[in-house]
Design a protein around this ligand. Structure first.
Ligand SMILES: *Cc1c(COP(=O)(O)O)cnc(C)c1O
Ligand code: SF4
Length: 342
């Protein structure tokens, strides 16, 4: 095959075919036209991005479909609600500049890219420019040098945005440099792409994921059982065989997964794909996402019921990130006495 053709991989083709226009989404899913003007207006503030493999899992003509609600601009976003700000996690972003976060013991988090395959309406990043500032070749080297010089770091986390938006050439390079550091035992990747575009986990991706000297952990992000279809299960299968540990983090979202039953089904569906639930995040109080908010009391009641309904290993930890704390705060099980030994 000519080289020009081999470079356009199936997952990049899927990415390019994502819906970015509310009109196209409305047409594809035959949504009620009265909601379209609001969607057009809100998409100007935070653009719609919806990859087709995910869109195909949405039930047509259904505004309250749990997958559609995650990506569809709606009128409620325009309401200003006290306590929901444009920069709820200012500290987190302030540290983004050097491309590395070092907040928790033993773990260094590398911000690889700011782009994502989907724009989640509840994301704190909705108020920040998504456009990727071009980074020069070897942009990761200062961070890697820092990690190499600090032998208390035994785990490196690739985060974003979504690290799997980078090319396999770049990821293979970064990962091989991390693997060469003696004291790094584990590499963790936080990515929503395998849920959005399962073809992302292709052969060339699995090649760099297969590292002898590192324990590999892939933390996915699915909020609802309906996100995990046969294609997702099948694309994860080879990773399991290669010994990659699969975990999931979700966000607790009003109208999407705000019941013990929805959480139970999510956990069971994840397990059938070889994935265990890890974290359930309390929503960041970001302006435009207040309609997704669930108070701590209600959230704890959901967790208590979930704990009664299902196996302990299918119950995630309900957490919140609190600036300045040495680990994520556990809301359920309650108190930091269950958590990191800080
Ligand atoms: C979430 C997070 C981690 C990982 O925390 P775990 O509790 O180990 O999942 C590491 N560094 C930063 C900056 C984080 O936000
Ligand atoms: S994939 Fe994650 S980082 Fe990207 S928009 Fe969704 S929640 Fe935000």
């Amino acid at each position: 095959m000519p080289e020009a053709l081999t470079s356009v991989t199936p997952w990049r083709q899927e990415l390019a075919q994502s819906l970015r226009d509310p009109d196209a989404l409305w047409q594809y899913l035959q949504l009620p036209p009265e909601h379209l003007p609001a969607a057009r207006a809100l998409a100007k503030e935070f653009p719609l991005v919806a990859p087709m493999p995910f869109v195909r899992r949405i039930t047509p003509q259904t505004m309250n479909d749990p997958l559609l609600m995650q990506l569809c601009p709606v009128a409620a976003e325009a309401q200003a609600v006290p306590g929901f700000s444009h920069d709820p996690v200012g500290e987190r972003l302030a540290q983004v500049q050097p491309g590395m976060l070092r907040k928790y013991h033993g773990r260094a988090l590398l911000i690889t890219t700011s782009s994502c395959a989907i724009h989640c309406r509840y994301c704190f990043r909705r108020h920040f420019p998504y456009a990727q500032r071009a980074r020069g070749p070897g942009w990761w080297r200062p961070a890697i040098a820092h990690i190499a010089a600090d032998d208390s770091i035994d785990e490196v986390i690739l985060s974003g945005g979504d690290p799997l938006m980078l090319s396999d050439e770049q990821l293979a390079q970064v990962v091989s440099e991390i693997a060469a550091i003696q004291h790094v035992q584990r590499l963790r990747i936080h990515s929503r792409l395998p849920i959005m575009i399962p073809q992302r986990l292709d052969l060339s991706c699995r090649q760099w994921l297969n590292q002898d000297s590192l324990q590999m952990v892939l933390v996915l992000h699915a909020n609802h059982a309906q996100e995990i279809d046969e294609q997702v299960c099948q694309s994860l299968q080879p990773l399991r065989q290669e010994g990659v540990h699969l975990l999931n983090q979700a966000v607790l979202l009003r109208g999407i997964n705000d019941s013990a039953q929805a959480q139970r089904l999510l956990g069971e569906r994840l397990l059938s794909a070889g994935v265990l639930p890890y974290y359930l995040h309390a929503l960041d109080p970001v302006a435009g996402a207040a309609h997704f908010h669930i108070g701590d009391q209600e959230a704890i009641a959901i967790m208590d019921e979930l704990h009664r309904l299902t196996a302990g290993y299918l119950v995630p930890r309900l957490v919140r990130e609190v600036p300045g704390e040495a680990g994520k705060r556990w809301i359920w099980p309650s108190g930091n006495d269950h958590g990191d030994c800080t």
